[in-house]
Ligand binder design. Structure first.
Ligand SMILES: [Zn+2]
Ligand SMILES: [Zn+2]
Length: 165
């Protein structure tokens, strides 16, 4: 829980920064192609204003994503540079910032998990990663099907060798 104590906040602003355990932020319903890091970095300032507290600053964390097209793992940096929330203080002596900060992070999540916009993905026929190597599956017509089959065999044995690494 990222929280501030109202009696520690003044008109000059106090720093609220550190690393929060991602597990404590309770992200739910995330895509299976994304793996969350251990912690999220927060660097905030809480300033007393008329009637409440203004919290502003930034949040950052690195996601480990998997490309939906080619299955490659890649890192995606999530950054919220313009966190800004107002809290009415009223009788509260303590304010939990976690729900709003969780929302801030979620809206900057990638919409689709693609390692790069021009990722060519895997060949649906032979499974070759077309970013690395082009295959000839698309080239062969039915009259060449025996060659096509041979190609598939050759490619699948190459793939097995790769897996051993
Ligand atoms: Zn990809
Ligand atoms: Zn292919």
């Amino acid at each position: 829980m990222i929280r501030i104590f109202v009696n520690q906040v003044d008109f000059n602003g106090v720093k609220v920064s550190g690393k929060e355990k991602v597990a404590d932020m309770e992200f739910v319903g995330l895509d299976s192609l994304v793996k969350l890091p251990e912690t999220v970095d927060y660097d905030l300032t809480a300033t007393q204003v008329n009637g409440g507290v203004l919290v502003s600053g930034r949040l950052e964390m690195d996601l480990e994503c998997q490309c939906a097209r080619c299955l490659k793992k890649y890192e995606y940096n999530v950054k919220c540079e313009e966190v800004c929330h107002f809290y009415e203080t009223g009788a509260n002596s303590e304010i939990d910032l976690t729900p709003e900060l969780r929302e801030d992070i979620l809206i900057t999540f990638p919409q689709n998990f693609i390692c790069s916009s021009d990722c060519k993905g895997l060949c649906p026929v032979c499974g070759e990663n077309k970013n690395v190597k082009s295959c000839r599956c698309g080239d062969f017509k039915e009259e060449n099907s025996c060659w096509n089959e041979l190609d598939k065999l050759a490619l699948s044995s190459k793939k097995k060798v790769k897996k051993k690494k």
